[in-house]
Ligand binder design. Structure first.
Ligand SMILES: CC(C)(COP(=O)(O)OP(=O)(O)OC[C@H]1O[C@@H](n2cnc3c(N)ncnc32)[C@H](O)[C@@H]1OP(=O)(O)O)[C@@H](O)C(=O)NCCC(=O)NCCS
Length: 170
C-alpha cells in the first residue's frame, strides 16, 4: 500500500504520514490522487495529480512532474529535469544533469525535458536532452541527443528506429 496522506485543505500541498518512517518526503508539492510508495527519497519537487512514484526512487529538488505520469521503481530523477503529463518512466531510469562530473557549480549543469506522453523503457540513461511528445525510448537506451515527437529510439548510443504508427512525428 502506498502510504501517503493528502492535506485536504489544499489541492496541491501534501503532507506525508507523520508516522511513516519508510518514506523520506520533504518540502514537496504533490497533487491529489498521486500515490507514492515506500522507500523513496524525494525533496523539493512538484508532482501533479493522479501520478505515481514507485519504491526506491529518488527525486531531487526543482524537478517538475505532470499529471497522470508514472515513475516506476528504482528511478533517479536529478535536478533540472521536467517531465510532462501522461508520461511513463520505466524502472531504473537514470537522468543526468552534470555531463562532466563532479562539477560542484550547478550553473554548468544541463536541463532535460520530457514532453507529454513520452515513454522511457527500463534501465535507460537520459543525458540532458529534450524528448518529444509521445516518443518511445527503448529499454537500456543511452539517450544522447534530442528525440523528435513520436519517434521510437533504442540502443547505446540510442538511434532512431522508426516513427510510431508509421507516421512522421506527431
Ligand atoms: C524499443 C522497443 C519499443 C522496440 O520495439 P519493436 O519496435 O517492437 O522492436 P522489435 O522487437 O521488432 O525489434 C526491432 C529491432 O530492434 C532491436 N531492439 C528492440 N528493442 C531494443 C532495445 N531496447 N535496445 C536495443 N535494440 C533493441 C531488436 O533486437 C531488433 O533488432 P534486429 O532488427 O537486428 O533483429 C522495445 O523493444 C522496448 O525496448 N520497449 C521498452 C520496454 C520497457 O522497458 N518497458 C518497461 C516496463 S516493463
Amino acid at each position: 500500500m502506498p502510504i501517503f496522506k493528502k492535506d485536504k485543505k489544499s489541492k496541491n500541498k501534501m503532507q506525508e504520514a507523520p508516522d511513516n518512517t519508510l518514506q523520506l518526503i520533504n518540502n514537496c508539492k504533490i497533487g491529489e490522487g498521486t500515490k507514492i510508495w515506500n522507500f523513496v527519497n524525494i525533496y523539493g519537487c512538484e508532482i501533479g495529480r493522479d501520478s505515481l512514484v514507485g519504491c526506491f526512487c529518488e527525486i531531487q529538488k526543482g524537478v517538475k512532474i505532470g499529471d497522470r505520469t508514472r515513475i516506476q521503481s528504482h528511478t533517479f530523477i536529478c535536478e533540472l529535469v521536467e517531465i510532462g503529463n501522461d508520461c511513463f518512466v520505466g524502472h531504473g531510469v537514470m537522468f543526468i544533469n552534470d555531463v562532466y562530473p563532479p562539477q560542484p557549480d550547478p550553473s554548468v549543469w544541463k536541463r532535460t525535458v520530457i514532453e507529454d506522453g513520452a515513454s522511457i523503457g527500463s534501465n535507460a540513461t537520459i543525458l540532458p536532452v529534450r524528448i518529444g511528445k509521445g516518443a518511445i525510448i527503448g529499454a537500456g537506451a543511452v539517450v544522447t541527443k534530442d528525440v523528435p515527437a513520436g519517434a521510437v529510439i533504442a540502443g547505446n548510443p540510442a538511434s532512431f528506429m522508426r516513427y510510431l504508427n508509421g507516421g512522421k512525428g506527431e
